[in-house]
Write a protein that binds this ligand. Structure first.
Ligand code: F6R
Length: 613
């Protein structure tokens, strides 16, 4: 949510900013802008639309001079519609101070009103502009940019990843963080600050994470930080970015989403690498070693997440209760925090998050921690806030996920949850022989997923058939009910077709009224313990002439007699089925979106990594 990048160093800054912004565009893409300092003048260029539109505008306006300090922003609008004026950077009255911001300034109206009364002139509807004017005001007192930013932030409530440049002190960048991530890339004679590592990796692998309430002054030679109240920050540890540049490029695919769907055999394998002890029928999860007993003796496990991560949690609930016999609950992170949940120190709370930065999930983590629960992360982005604030956890190791619609993170999260379930089951007395059946099955999943991907042309054909549908229903039972939800979410997000996921048997309590000969109904019907039950629901749809697309096992000889279309998937142990069954649903959404001509990787109104509440 909102891309931020700032550079100071010997290189020409504009191309670095534009490159960084386009790598971060998946975070927000309704408008973009840059601010550069050239010979004591602040040059600001901004534009509604994509980073490419901004680049075109800059070229059209006549090239900007070579500059060595600057910053750029790609926006996901909160306050004020996406247009040229509301795009960041925002400046003070005299165009001497520029600010870019990710997050929400909650008390901006009070600040703005006060400053307007004092004569400040505002141009935009944004919350961010208030900060630029506030810094202007405070700079008059301090004549020190770092201090002015500190003082301004003491007056601000809300969340921010904030970067400031000014002609007053042209040889530095000030950056501050509260609730929205900022990473400092430490180079040799140059430094870069960004909202995520994808804008940094090309320049340096050495990074420092800013903490909440921390302000940094960044120069060519180095940086210093303190809290917004001026307290010293202990030595900052330098971390190394682990992923490769190629992982954040499309690698020959038309879209990141398709690349990421196709990576799944590999990413599922990575989620198990070094952890799955097939022949011992056991699992070793290093990041949970020190809290193993807490997990095994937990009165209750609570899985918390948003969107697709919440769906993964729902699958996890089925696995943990069935395989490990641990009472498990799943919570929307956004609801968890505000309903004052009853949490005890015997609860283990897993936070599921691809980005590790989702504001609601982070707030849930802090809520559970403050109530004494053990909080553990199941996170993709290494070094992200949720990962750092958790007391332990498991990285899913899916590699950067750039497509806004999450795909590979889901299957990797479920793979990790499956392993936690098996590990807990063993500790609670499951025999090695029984566990081996499960570990062998887990081991076979990547290859089974690869088989589904080989048949993707069938989904392409189906997409042609259904691309003009106005609505879709997705039905599944048991652990495949969350798969139905996930299939519906994927379709909504990228094709803008209304879709709902339902537990198959629940359909007759209402949604069945929607079914007629125009309604596509995707039924997930693997040959598992509740196959016959789901078949009854399929028959109910058929009796109302719904157009059924069945996701069924390769050895199901009956299903084709009952349904218009069948997509075959390999059979697996029932509770691991979601990892395979979701793949055709991802492909179907992808191909429908492509057939409808939508922007698959950057669907309207969405952004990756939702860092506002
Ligand atoms: C759906 C999607 C979102 C995210 C949700 C949580 O395709 O991407 O629903 O799953 O915003 O994000 P993370 O997992 O980063 O916390």
């Amino acid at each position: 949510m909102c891309g931020i990048v700032g550079y100071i160093g010997p290189k020409n800054t504009l191309p670095i900013l534009l490159e960084g912004l386009s790598r971060m565009e998946y975070r927000g893409y309704d408008s973009a802008g840059v601010a550069l300092i050239s010979n004591g003048t602040l040059l600001v260029r901004k534009r509604a639309g994509k980073v490419a539109d901004l680049a075109k505008k800059i070229q059209g306006d006549g090239q900007l001079p070579e500059c060595h300090v600057g910053m750029g922003h790609t926006r996901w609008a909160t306050h004020g519609e996406p247009n040229d004026v509301n795009a960041h950077p925002h400046t003070d009255c005299k165009n001497e101070i520029a600010v870019i911001h990710n997050g929400i300034i909650e008390n901006y109206l009070a600040i703005k009103t006060k400053l307007q009364r004092e004569g400040h002139h505002f141009s935009s509807e944004t919350d961010t502009e208030a900060v630029a004017h506030l810094i202007e005001d405070l700079y008059k007192q301090t004549h020190d940019l770092f201090e002015a930013v500190q003082l301004a932030l003491q007056e601000v409530t809300g969340t921010y990843g904030l970067v400031v440049v000014s002609t007053h002190e042209p040889d530095k960048i000030i950056a501050a963080r509260m609730g929205s991530p900022l990473i400092l890339g430490v180079g040799d004679g140059e430094n870069i600050v960004a909202a995520d590592a994808s804008a940094i990796i090309q320049h340096t692998r050495q990074v420092v994470y800013l903490e909440d309430g921390e302000v940094a002054e960044i120069t060519r030679e180095g940086f210093r930080t303190s809290t917004i109240h001026g307290a010293k920050v202990k030595d900052k540890r330098v971390h190394e970015i682990t992923f490769e540049l190629s992982q954040i490029e499309r690698g020959g695919y038309d879209h990141f989403m398709m690349k990421e769907i196709n990576e799944q055999p590999e990413t599922i394998r990575n989620a198990m690498r070094g952890r799955l002890l097939v022949e011992q029928g056991n699992i070793k999860l290093g990041g949970l070693e020190h809290v193993k007993d807490k997990i095994f003796n937990a009165k209750r496990i609570i899985l918390v997440g948003c969107g697709t991560s919440w769906h993964a949690g729902l699958v996890g609930e089925y696995m943990l209760e069935h395989i490990a016999k641990v009472p498990t609950e799943v919570e929307y992170a956004s609801e968890f925090r505000y309903r004052n949940p009853i949490i005890t120190k015997d609860d283990v709370v897993f936070l599921l998050s691809q980005s590790g930065e989702t504001a609601d999930t982070l707030a849930a983590l802090r809520e559970a921690k403050s109530k004494g629960a053990t909080v553990l992360g199941i996170v993709n982005v290494v070094g992200s806030t949720i990962a750092r604030e958790s007391q332990g956890g498991v990285y899913i190791h899916a590699g950067p996920e750039i497509g806004v619609a999450s795909t590979k993170a889901f299957t990797s999260q479920v793979t990790v949850l499956a392993q936690i379930a098996v590990m807990a089951a063993r500790a609670k007395g499951m025999t090695e022989t029984d566990a081996k059946v499960l570990t062998k099955e887990l081991d076979s999943l990547p290859q089974k997923v690869a088989r589904v991907l080989q048949d993707s042309h069938l989904l392409k054909k189906l997409a042609q058939e259904f691309k003009d549908a106005r609505n879709f229903l997705y039905l599944g039972r048991g652990a495949n009910f969350p798969v139905a939800l996930e299939g519906a979410l994927k379709l909504k997000e990228i094709s803008y077709i209304h879709a709902e996921g339902y537990p198959a048997a629940e359909m007759k309590h209402g949604p069945i009224a929607l079914i007629d000969e125009n309604m596509p109904v995707v039924c997930i019907v693997p040959k598992d313990a509740i196959y016959e039950k789901v078949i009854s629901n399929v028959q109910e749809v058929r009796a109302r002439r719904g157009r059924i697309i069945a996701i069924a096992n390769e050895d199901d000889t009956e299903i084709a007699k009952m349904t218009e279309f069948v997509v075959r998937v390999p059979r697996t142990y029932g509770f691991f089925g979601p990892i395979i069954n979701v793949i055709p649903l991802q492909l179907l959404s992808y191909y429908i979106a492509v057939a409808r001509g939508t922007n698959v990787d950057q669907p309207r109104n969405l952004a990756k990594s939702v860092t506002v509440e």
